[in-house]
Design a protein around this ligand. Structure first.
Ligand SMILES: Cc1cc2nc3c(=O)[nH]c(=O)nc-3n(C[C@H](O)[C@H](O)[C@H](O)COP(=O)(O)OP(=O)(O)OC[C@H]3O[C@@H](n4cnc5c(N)ncnc54)[C@H](O)[C@@H]3O)c2cc1C
Ligand SMILES: *[C@@H]1O[C@H](CO)[C@@H](O)[C@H](O)[C@H]1NC(C)=O
Ligand SMILES: *[C@@H]1O[C@H](CO)[C@@H](O)[C@H](O)[C@H]1NC(C)=O
Ligand SMILES: *[C@H]1O[C@H](CO)[C@@H](O)[C@H](O)[C@H]1NC(C)=O
Length: 558
């Protein structure tokens, strides 16, 4: 029980993100089951790769460290080799060499391996550790390069927290975020990057001015919405399938100094939903809008005890008698400057006035903009101290169309009341018009403007603490996905064992996705962990699109 109190002291929505044990050490660990390096690389390939002239390092010995990820769910063979690049040329050289090799070699860019199901791994391939390539440069307004829009240019392996720190030195900051900042620029831009700012600014992928990409043939291309735009939109949300993001230019705004951070509890879903949708509406009074499911239980990890910023600010007598087993918490922020402080209470009060949360259950806190954005890291430190950070994370993220969210509440959220649910469950709406249709990322189809981001951030607790087994959790996520099928949801950070499901996942975007693969990674060497395409001449032969590239893909090493 001790860990619960440690965890519930955390401030972040993700305060309970990690609660699990050493199951992996028993049977999921890749390290004990296989050799410490991939088996597949031939002597010819190895000699060929070793002969490349690189500034960084390429190693074939003990590559296990690059085979890990946040999920800890997949027993993954270590890659054949690992590169730590120190230049974009290093990346281009290795990618071109792999594309030309005659074997089955593949390449995966790896950020911090924050994926759940081995998406950044490459058994029988080379993992490129993107974090070894550093560089963050700010072009403030007035800088010749900025052309009226201030931006930051960061290498793909830089972490968002460092992008923020550097931008703040100029009084600037990116506008759109993820809840956690120890993720890489290239890793999140390959997915989408969503958080409570997405309703207004779109996901992170909607805030990129320009990319420098190494394509699957090893070509280095600078692209934007107006220059090589096919590649630009393919790569954003492209699951690493079309190129490696070497550099990204990200829009900046004047950084807020401080935020008022507010949580308010609702007992009724319809009211909660109506208020969330009101808040992402035209007037846009708050800067950040999220929400999460709260169990009507004091001590559960997602119980109401976890809602206030100071634990003692809530007690059982405050919970309305009519509340059911499930409640909902709205989370919003309002940015302000020191000069606005005298009128802040009044302003926030009038902004909250139209909302219908339970009046006695409102909690507020003032903090700096940096500390707010970095909130999950504080939780991370506590969980690490309890050995509850590096544990299996059978997470599931879904986009649910607004027209289905009531049924989702009935079919999925309400039954949660009966379960020990070891992690936060986020639910908040975003506007689809902020997601350019040309982006690779799959969002719910149809004309509906609003969809909900739903995240089940469950953790497999150590057996000594208890809770459901990993198998039960994975069965649970399967059952949610089955319900989702009839509700026309899309999986975010997607994973499918059955390759045929990718066609359905991308829906109307699938044909373009395949066409872009042919154009930008014709040998299908990039990010094999997604299990969408198979390397080689034959994998895509049904669409016959490798014919033009056969020489390139199968060509002998020079
Ligand atoms: C604690 C935590 C909180 C999170 N919160 C959020 C959140 O609020 N919102 C959200 O949207 N996501 C969130 N995520 C998910 C996160 O966005 C993904 O895990 C994403 O993959 C970024 O992780 P990474 O940088 O470690 O990339 P990795 O997991 O290493 O890589 C992800 C994929 O991108 C590819 N890739 C990596 N780098 C590049 C590159 N430079 N160019 C091309 N492809 C590349 C990889 O091959 C792989 O397929 C969270 C994850 C964690 C662990
Ligand atoms: C291989 O690397 C891992 C992680 O860096 C390390 O823990 C392990 O001891 C190494 N194994 C060998 C055989 O060197
Ligand atoms: C989001 O969509 C709603 C419904 O169409 C609309 O009223 C609102 O103005 C949109 N908000 C933003 C930020 O575009
Ligand atoms: C859920 O778990 C099942 C295994 O039961 C797995 O096949 C599926 O891909 C998982 N989905 C996600 C999104 O984790």
């Amino acid at each position: 029980m001790e860990f619960r109190s440690a965890i519930s002291k955390g401030d972040g929505v993700l305060m309970v993100v990690a609660l699990v044990g050493c199951i992996h050490a028993l049977f999921l660990s890749p390290m004990n089951c296989y050799g410490s390096h991939g088996e597949a690389i031939s002597t010819t390939d190895r000699m060929y790769l070793e002969s490349l002239s690189l500034q960084g390092t390429l190693t074939f010995d003990n590559t296990t460290a690059s085979a890990t990820d946040w999920g800890q769910l997949r027993s993954q063979l270590p890659p054949s080799g690992v590169m730590h690049p120190t230049s974009v040329d290093d990346i281009a050289t290795v990618v071109a060499a792999v594309a030309r090799s005659e074997s089955e070699l593949t390449v995966a860019a790896r950020g911090l391996g924050s994926s759940i199901w081995g998406q950044s791994q490459a058994h029988n391939g080379i993992v490129i550790e993107m974090t070894s390539l550093k560089g963050i440069k700010v072009a403030p307004l007035g800088d010749a390069a900025s052309n009226g829009v201030p931006f930051v240019e960061a290498m793909g392996g830089e972490m968002w927290v460092d992008v923020l720190t550097t931008s703040l030195e100029y009084g600037l900051a990116p506008r759109s975020w993820t809840d956690y900042l120890y993720l890489t620029v290239g890793g999140t831009l390959s997915n989408a990057g969503v958080s409570g700012q997405s309703f207004r600014h779109g996901p992170e992928v909607s805030n990129v001015l320009q990319l420098e990409v190494v394509t699957g043939t090893g070509e280095v291309v600078v692209c934007s919405a107006t220059k090589s735009s096919e590649l630009f939109f393919a790569v954003l949300g492209g699951l690493g399938q079309f190129g490696i993001i070497a550099k990204a230019r990200i829009v900046l705004e004047v950084a807020p100094q401080r935020v008022r951070w507010i949580r308010a509890i609702y007992t009724d879903f319809a009211t909660f939903k109506a208020d969330q949708e009101l808040l992402i509406g035209a007037a846009q009074p708050f800067d950040y809008v999220e929400g999460f499911v709260v169990l009507n239980n004091e001590n559960a990890i997602n119980g109401w005890g976890s809602v206030p910023f100071v634990r003692s600010d809530i007690n059982a007598a405050m919970i309305p008698g009519h509340a059911g087993a499930i409640m909902y918490c709205l989370e919003v922020t309002k940015a302000y400057s020191a000069a606005a402080l005298p009128t802040l209470d009044q302003v926030v009060e009038s902004m909250l006035a139209p909302l219908s949360f339970h009046r006695g259950l409102l909690f507020e806190k003032d903090t700096t903009y940096f500390k707010f954005l970095d909130r999950v890291h504080e939780v991370e430190m506590e969980l690490r101290a309890h050995g509850l950070w590096e544990i299996p994370h059978p997470w599931l993220n879904i986009f649910v169309p607004a027209s289905s969210i009531d049924r989702f509440n009935t079919l999925v959220f309400k039954p949660i009341a009966t379960q020990e649910f070891s992690g936060p469950i986020l639910v908040y709406p975003v506007n689809k018009s902020k997601w350019d249709k040309r982006l690779s990322v799959a969002v719910p189809e149809g004309p509906e403007e609003i969809f909900y981001i739903v995240a089940f951030l469950r953790n497999k607790l150590p057996d000594t603490i208890g809770g459901p087994s990993l198998t039960e959790m994975l069965d649970y996520n399967e059952s949610v996905l089955r319900i989702c099928e009839s509700l026309h949801c899309k999986q975010y950070l997607p994973h499918y064992e059955d390759r045929n499901k990718w066609t359905h996942h991308f829906g109307s975007k699938w044909d373009l996705f395949v066409q872009n693969k042919q154009l930008f990674d014709p040998c299908a060497i990039l990010s094999p962990g997604l299990n969408i395409f198979t390397r080689g001449r034959h994998s895509l032969s049904s669409t016959n699109f490798l014919s033009n590239f056969a020489n390139f893909c199968g060509g002998s090493p020079k």
